[in-house]
Structure formats: C-alpha cells, structure tokens
Ligand binder design. Sequence first.
Ligand code: PBG
Length: 319
Amino acid sequence: MRRNRQFSWVRELVSESRLHVSDLVWPLFVREGNNIAEPITSMPGVERVSVDLLVKQAKLAASLGIPAIALFPVVDANLKNEEASEAFHSNNLICRAVKDVKSTVPEIGIICDVALDPYTSHGHDGLVKDGVVENDATVEALCRQATILAEAGADVVAPSDMMDGRVGAIRSMLDTNGFQNTLILSYAVKYASAFYGPFRDAVGSATSLKGDKKTYQMNPANSREALREVALDVAEGADMVMVKPGMPYLDIISRVATEFSLPVLAYQVSGEYAMLKAAGNNGWLNADAAMQESLLAFKRAGASAVFTYAAPDIAKALK
Ligand code: PBG
C-alpha cells in the first residue's frame, strides 16, 4: 500500500476525492445599519454585517472563486411577531441585501433561506396555533416568502423549515409568478440538532425559542426516514437537496448520494464550525487542517458542495 503514498505527486494522482473552491457556499449574516460588523461570540471569525459590508463580502467571495453565498437576516427584535409579518415585506432587510448584492456582484449565486424563524417572536420556523406549529398555514406563508425573495433577485430559495409539502407548493407558486428559473434547494434532511446553537445566537432566536423543533425537524436516530424525505422533495420538484448537520451525519449524505441522482449538499453547521474554531483557538488542534479534512470528508461521502462559515479561509488556503 505504501508505494502509492511515497510522494506528493503520487498521492495526488491516486486521490479519490478533492476539495475545490467551487465546492464551497459561504453563509453570511446580514443586519441593519451602515458600516457595522458585529462579532458573534459563539462563532469566532463570523460577524453580523450591515448591507454595505455584505456587498464587500460578496465581492471577496467572487474574487476567491466561491460560487455562491447563503444569506440569513438578523431581524430587529421589535419587528418580530407571532405572524412573522416582516418576512412578507418586499423591502425588508433580506430583500434589500439581495438587491444590493445582485446589482454589484451579479456573477455570484445568491441562496436565501425560506423559514419564518428569523421573524417570529417565538423563534419557530412556522406559524404557531394553540402551541402547535401549523403545517398548511405555514406552507402558504413560505410560498409568499419565497416569492418576494425570488422577486428581489435570489437565484435559489432554500426552504429550511421542514414543513410537509412546501417544495411542491413553492415550485408552483414560483412558476405561476414567472420565476420558472428560480432553483429550489430543499433542506430535505434536517435533523433536530443541538449543533444549531451558535446560529440561533447569531440570528437572535436562541433566547426567544419556546420549546424545541422536534415536531418538524428529524429525529437524529433515523436514516431510512431521510430517504423518504428526499424522495418526496424530488417528486415535488426540488433541484438539489441538503443534509444537515454535516459531520455527525456523513452516513446520511452517503446514503442519499448513493440512492438519488440529484445533487446532495452538506451543511457544516454553526456548532461544527464553533467546535473546530474553539479547539483551534485554544491550541488544541490545528483548526485549518481539521477544517479542510472535515470538508474533504463531505466530498468523500458524496456531497456536491458544502455550506461552511470557513469558506473564504478555505478558498485562500486552496489557492
Ligand atoms: C432556520 C435555520 C437554522 C439553520 C439554518 N437555517 C436553524 C434552525 O433550524 O434552528 C442552522 C444553521 C447553522 O447552525 O449553521 N430554519
């Protein structure tokens, strides 16, 4: 075995998977204001930025060869309510961010999350009635949200809410409104995970979230159920599917990639990023090397691309 490992050239030659800058999607948090970059304590190196600085980050991403960014709004607490009404205003923060990025950096792909949690006072991804997250009322709301995102110029809408039937409903809503070319990246397989903790800090839903998301996000014990989720979203018209979180669920990425022929993406979520960064900052491991190794593992498992908060650092390292 060691003959094939002697020199760098032969290791490269026989390498079965590769991490390339074109595999990366950079998730970014956008907030109100001007020239503001506010560090997120639980995500070292990640900031909530105002739209003007977001445009700069998008330019950086494009210059590094990162194909797409994923945008998440940090909504002012006084705009959050039970009905998530701010999500449906066509001039809200996320729509203004999309328009500004699109007009300045037209070459970069813009992916927008579709879910109500940045906008709800209770922190759930859907509308709550009598303590229950209502499926069909939420789907109708998500369709409206997806339409205004497409109108603003989002290339990809990415429902991350885990309601049933939302991919098909969003597809037909987009089609009837003239957005036949808007892609749908479905967070088809999204587990109810403790690894989303830092993200909820980042968007300010951590303190407001009442209860947990176990009635709509998947049970970490299940893998056959993941295949049902993907099959439904494929039938409803998803263009790509996401498995999330990433590293604890490599077996799921692998199964989905083996059994389906549409692109599978992985999300190295906030908690995974935070763990690697924290250990690195303590000098306990080489965070850059560990980051690259974990991202390569997603490729090996069968992912076409990976969402990672480390995208610009990795892109620079791969140059
Ligand atoms: C919102 C959403 C979440 C993430 C992406 N979209 C959090 C959640 O479902 O609570 C998590 C991303 C991350 O942890 O990096 N629906």
